[in-house]
Design a protein around this ligand. Structure first.
Ligand code: OX2
Length: 826
């Protein structure tokens, strides 16, 4: 390496620039076994990654030591999903080594961007729920909360989305192909998990509540962990991910010797399938069984690990709930309740009542939905086969619980039927949300409206029975990733205005920007930042779709999973309306817009896959129309994920949050977009309501039915009446039906039209007129540049509440009752 340029002597938590450079060269040599002259791109990336990672290891060791010393109460976060996002930039920022890398990379003739291209995002989740888990971990570490996240190390994460003829095709995401420099395998902490088999009475237990389970199959869970650094603090927590492995004996040497190669590895394949993919397709019996196996695998491994950790510093079981608080992220890990009961009663021989008291005091449950179809249930038949002992335990828990119910509501059989953990008709199934509520101390919803509706509808009987169990903790997002890393330009401007970077850990300080909303010079700079971000996005759009878009057009974004309740089809009706208007009046003075969609549809969700096809078809028609495309562009950016979100969000002007009121539990994209100065157009749903309360009605484009109106209308709803009555709506629907977006084929998109005119489950047609008018008001507001920029600034200034730091503080106060543990500084 040449040393031509004088370099600043910088000392930070990351060490000196010289030391960093030395470590890089040595890591390249000793870890990758290569030299500067012959290093490949992946060599460069890995070397940089481990050099940065190593700077966190000392902090992690000190964190572990401080935790050991303090023996505090720990939060254990159990989640089937984590969407951590890329690690390199985050860890450069958190270690203060960002500043070294540029000069060094420049010297070496590579750019940070080139190296970052190898930084793969671990796609271990689907959407909001998985990203929320990652934001909460970030905030827990930042607030020095002793915490461990537990999850599954899926071999293939969420599929990669591509389009063929506009249709979604799913490709496997082999995310560890080049190895994952951010994780540490910990084979010493492996666990063994059983499945199937039979149960028998325990000999010495007259109560009959203790039994012995002999599993017929065992699988090994091998953990590895990734570091979760806090920002501005030496605390480094971990997330521990389990991978399924066959036990050694599974390899059948005799069969192999006899040439039966496939049979010889059968058991290995079977075992390792457990952590093969995120959410196996559950449209088949085998798929459902595998999914339940995954869930049990996660909780069985994690609980054993939690107990191992507890026993490092504690004896006996009385203190368990004082030292261990387990947060269940939705119903996927709820089998942990029965597993802890099994461990305590059958293996550690506690009596049932004591075990139940400990269990109930240990768990808490976060519910993320209101949709009844999203509340998991498992068939009793499957459970009896796969987890026979757990099914018995569920029966016992339910038995005692229903006794409690009978005492509270004597003779009310209907109440008992509704509350029961077991659903009887049309088939016997276990209601996981009921098990979660019964086995937890606290249950929380994720936004005010959501929590209220949970208590009034979905979990009403429980909220009546145990009102004190129910809490609201409105979601939040980490400003480190979603403002500082995603939007460095805006961050710099904010820091300059506020005087320091304190806002990154105290986000409500952003309210001091409100004063700047009347400062024309500041507005000008705010606009400039947005414009540069839009230019960046433009490049990305062009690279991945070939569509050229105008960075000065209004950037209108709808980024989220494709789901009917989120109503991408309502957005599309608006787009088609603009298209029709422009075709009819080519000379009209329309505000130029780029409508950007991003999102995946579940592989088995045919209605949404067809809608994706329609979005692409409309995009193609719009973008190739010589007249229309001068004012309007439509893009569905393929493979939306955390990394792409980090590029889109800083560039957005308008944030589409248009779910039918009462259906979106919270939303978190709405928060990220507002914090980056996008103005929301939205319904009174989820956290939109709280966003609007804060930014002010004049800085939010509200439209549509509220949750109560939606319920009322649903009772006597006739979508066709709206279609008949509104010429623009009719023209938009007819355009789809006519085949203009399908080269004349009228059948391709007929199911979309039929769904709209038939049942229109999520009342899109009812909200259409209000939505289109509201979009017209958006366009009017956009024409007044200063007015718009003011709204944009005020959105960022007033949404500091939505930091996940605040969310974690609320969990700590209301539910976890954990205290921070300070770690020795660097
Ligand atoms: C999502 C919810 O749909 C979304 O509204 C919320 O913001 C997010 O969770 C985080 O709380 N699966 N994903 C969700 O719920 C379920 C079930």
């Amino acid at each position: 390496m040449t040393d031509a340029r004088p370099r600043p002597k910088m000392r930070t938590v990351g060490g000196t620039l010289e030391a960093f450079e030395q470590d890089l060269i040595s890591n390249l040599y000793y870890q990758r076994g290569t030299t500067l002259e012959s290093a490949s791109g992946p060599d460069g990336y890995h070397t940089l990654a481990v050099t940065v990672r190593d700077r966190l290891v000392g902090r992690y060791a000190r964190t572990a030591a401080a935790h050991y010393q303090a023996n505090p109460r720990f939060v254990y976060y159990l989640s089937a999903e984590y969407l951590l996002g890329r690690q390199l930039r985050q860890n450069l920022l958190y270690t203060g080594t960002e500043q070294f890398v540029r000069p060094i990379a420049e010297d070496l003739g590579v750019s940070l961007e080139e190296l970052e291209a190898y930084d793969v995002e671990p796609g271990l989740g689907n959407g909001g729920l998985g990203r929320l888990a990652a934001c909460l971990l970030d905030s827990m570490a930042t607030l020095d909360i002793p915490a461990v996240g537990y999850g599954i190390r899926y071999e293939f994460g969420i599929f990669k989305q591509a389009f063929r003829d506009g249709a979604q095709v799913e490709r496997p995401d082999d995310w560890t192909f080049y190895g994952n420099p951010w994780e540490f395998p910990a084979p010493d902490d492996r666990q063994v998990v059983g499945f199937y088999g039979s149960t028998a009475p325990a000999l010495d237990d007259p109560s009959g509540l203790r039994r012995q389970w002999t599993p017929a199959e065992t699988v090994r869970g091998e953990p590895s962990h990734m570091l979760v650094p806090g920002y501005g603090t030496p605390t480094v927590n971990i997330i521990r991910l389990w991978q399924a492995r066959a036990s050694r004996e599974s390899f059948d040497l005799s069969r192999f010797g006899a040439g039966q190669y496939k049979e010889a590895v059968e058991d290995i394949v079977q075992a390792e399938n457990i952590s093969k993919v995120l959410y196996p397709d559950d449209s088949t019996e085998q798929g459902r069984e595998l999914r339940l196996k995954q869930q049990y695998f996660l909780v069985a491994c994690s609980l054993r690990d939690i107990i191992r950790r507890y026993r490092l510093r504690n004896t006996g079981w009385d203190a368990f709930p004082a030292k261990v608080v387990i947060q269940l992220n939705d119903t996927h890990p709820v089998m942990a309740i029965t597993e802890l009961m099994r461990l305590l009663v059958d293996e550690y021989r506690l009596d049932w009542d004591l075990a139940w008291s400990i269990t109930r005091r240990t768990f808490n449950y976060t519910c993320h939905t209101l949709l009844p179809e999203a509340l998991e249930t498992w068939s009793v038949e499957l459970l009896e086969r796969l987890l026979p002992r757990h099914m018995e335990i569920i029966y016992s828990i339910n038995h005692f619980f229903l006794q409690e119910v009978a005492a509270t509501y004597p003779g009310d059989l209907d109440k008992m039927r509704r509350l029961s953990i077991i659903q009887e008709y049309p088939e016997k199934r276990v209601r996981m949300a009921h098990l979660a509520v019964v086995g937890s101390t606290a249950v929380n919803g994720v936004a005010e409206l959501h929590t209220r509706l949970l208590a009034e509808t979905t979990l009403r009987d429980f909220a009546e029975l145990w009102p004190q169990k129910f809490h609201n903790v409105t979601n939040g997002v980490t400003p480190r990733r979603f403002v500082r890393l995603a939007n460095p330009r805006l961050s710099e401007l904010i820091t300059e205005r506020l005087g320091d970077e304190g806002w990154l850990t105290d986000l409500e300080r952003l309210d001091r920007l409100a004063g700047a909303a009347d400062d024309p010079a500041f507005l000008e700079r705010w606009r400039e930042v947005k414009r540069l971000n839009k230019v960046d996005l433009t490049h990305q759009v062009e690279r991945s779709t070939g569509v050229v878009v105008d960075p000065d057009a209004l950037c209108d974004v709808m980024i989220k999973r494709f789901h009917e309740y989120k109503r991408q089809h309502l957005k599309l009706l608006h787009v088609i309306t603009l298209f029709n208007r422009l075709r009819e009046m080519p000379e009209m003075d329309m505000v130029p817009r780029t409508v950007l969609f991003g999102g995946k549809a579940a592989p088995g969700y045919h209605a949404m896959k067809l809608l994706i096809r329609l979005v692409n078809a409309v995009a193609e028609t719009v973008n190739t129309d010589p007249v229309v495309s001068r004012h309007l562009k439509v893009v569905l950016l393929p493979d939306y994920n955390v990394s792409r979100a980090q590029v889109i969000i800083p560039a957005a002007d308008l944030s589409e949050q248009i779910s039918l009121a009462g259906k979106e539990a919270s939303g978190t994209g709405n928060m990220k977009l507002a914090l980056n100065g996008a103005v929301t157009i939205g319904t009174l749903d989820g956290a939109n309501i709280e966003i609007r309360d804060r930014v002010g009605a004049e800085n939010f484009f509200l439209f549509g039915l509220d949750a109560q109106q939606a319920v009322d209308l649903r009772r006597h709803y006739e979508p066709r009446a709206y279609y008949e009555r509104d010429p623009e709506l009719r023209a938009a629907v007819d355009a789809i039906a006519s085949g203009v977006f399908a080269k004349g084929d009228r059948s391709l998109f007929a199911p979309v039209v039929d769904a709209m005119l038939g049942r229109d489950e999520y009342l899109a047609l009812a909200d259409y007129r209000a939505y289109v008018e509201c979009q017209d008001a958006v366009a009017t507001a956009w024409r007044d540049r200063d007015r718009w920029t003011r709204m944009s600034v005020l959105n960022a200034a007033r949404t500091g509440f939505f930091s996940s730091d605040r969310t974690v503080r609320e969990y700590c106060d209301k539910i976890w009752r954990v205290d921070p543990v300070r770690v020795e500084p660097d």
